[in-house]
Ligand binder design. Structure first.
Ligand code: 2P0
Length: 320
């Protein structure tokens, strides 16, 4: 029996688009902060007598595409290990029910670490990151603690995440909408690639943004990090919105939170907004400013305390 814990990550330079859907090789590299909130805990036991994998999420039996995706991932691990035994997998998420923050990144990072251990694969951090990537691209970054860069790479061996040194950063997650998104990231990435006239421009600009971001990390330039973060997120959403049929994740409340970040900056409190494939907005700030940013956002937006979540750099996926 092997149990692993992993946390979600939020990208400052976003991953949006694959050049290889099977291996999950991204079009461009990305950079993220692994958080210390909402861990996923996964326990895996290999069972030579079982006819099929038995998977539960928070105690409920997983079926359909969610279960198939986990079995497909475990098949990769089993092939690598040369073992055919099926598994019992129990996954628990600490995300408040319906908060809309459940993360495939923490899920597949925890699963990769637990499965590698249970099937006897001795993998270093880089190989665990590569393995987690096969479950969900962004999961390769949740293997790493704190800030991580995921190199796009050119093949399975060269596409992995590793730590990147820089200033201490924190985040405030503003939960705008607790529901599940209308279009999955996977589907929306495809539609962007196939129909958005800005897909190529997004990839070109993001490669340059990542270079600039790594330079900003190197000189611990929080202002440049924040400005690049906000701009890169809006570029991603612009490319997504230009898809046909259109996909629009940001709501008026999301946009108001980007305005709130600007207002905080005008007041002398540095914070920059970003958003993933949904309406929730995350403010990036210096680690020491997290409480002040949360308080200021609460005052400015009227969002209740339980919808403003303070987060700091968290640990990479690990056995417990
Ligand atoms: C990111 N997102 O960099 C970007 C920004 C969402 C918006 O990575 O298809 O769930 O499993 O590789 O990793 C979400 O995509 O997609 C994501 P798959 P994943 O965090």
């Amino acid at each position: 029996m092997s149990t692993a814990v992993a946390h979600p990550n939020i990208a400052l330079i976003k991953y949006w688009g694959k050049r290889d859907e099977d291996l999950i090789l991204p079009c461009t590299g990305s950079l993220s902060l692994t958080l210390d909130v909402f861990p996923t805990t996964t326990t895996l036991t290999a069972d030579a007598d079982a006819a099929a994998d038995a998977i539960t999420f928070d105690g409920a039996v997983a079926t359909g595409s969610a279960a198939r995706r986990i079995t497909a991932f475990l098949d990769l691990v089993r092939a690598q290990a040369g073992i055919t035994a099926r598994a019992r997998v129990d996954t628990r998420n600490s995300v408040p029910t319906g908060a809309g923050l459940a993360s495939s990144a923490s899920g597949f990072a925890a699963l990769a670490v637990a499965a590698a251990d249970a099937y006897g694969l001795a993998l270093d951090e880089r190989d665990l990151s590569r393995l987690a990537r096969r479950g969900s691209g962004s999961a390769c970054r949740s293997v790493i603690s704190g800030t991580a860069v995921w190199y796009a790479g050119t093949d399975d061996a060269t596409s992995f995440a590793e730590p990147v040194a820089g200033p201490a950063l924190g985040m405030v997650i503003a939960v705008v909408d607790a529901g599940t998104k209308a279009v999955s990231s996977r589907e929306a990435m495809r539609r962007t690639r196939d129909t958005s006239p800005y897909a190529d421009a997004w990839a070109t600009a993001t490669a340059a943004d990542l270079d600039e971001m790594l330079a900003a990390f190197g000189r611990a330039d929080v202002t440049a990090i924040g400005e690049l973060t906000e701009s890169n997120a809006l570029r991603m959403h612009a490319a997504i919105m230009a898809s046909r049929p259109p996909i629009r994740y940001l709501t008026p409340q999301s946009i108001a939170l980007f305005d709130a970040a600007a207002a905080l900056r005008a007041d002398g409190l540095d914070a920059w907004a970003t958003a993933d494939a949904g309406p929730n907005v995350v403010l990036l700030c210096r680690d020491g400013d997290v409480a002040a940013v949360r308080d200021a956002l609460r005052e400015r937006t009227g969002l209740p305390a339980d919808r403003l979540i303070a987060a700091h750099a968290g640990p990479g996926a690990r056995l417990v």
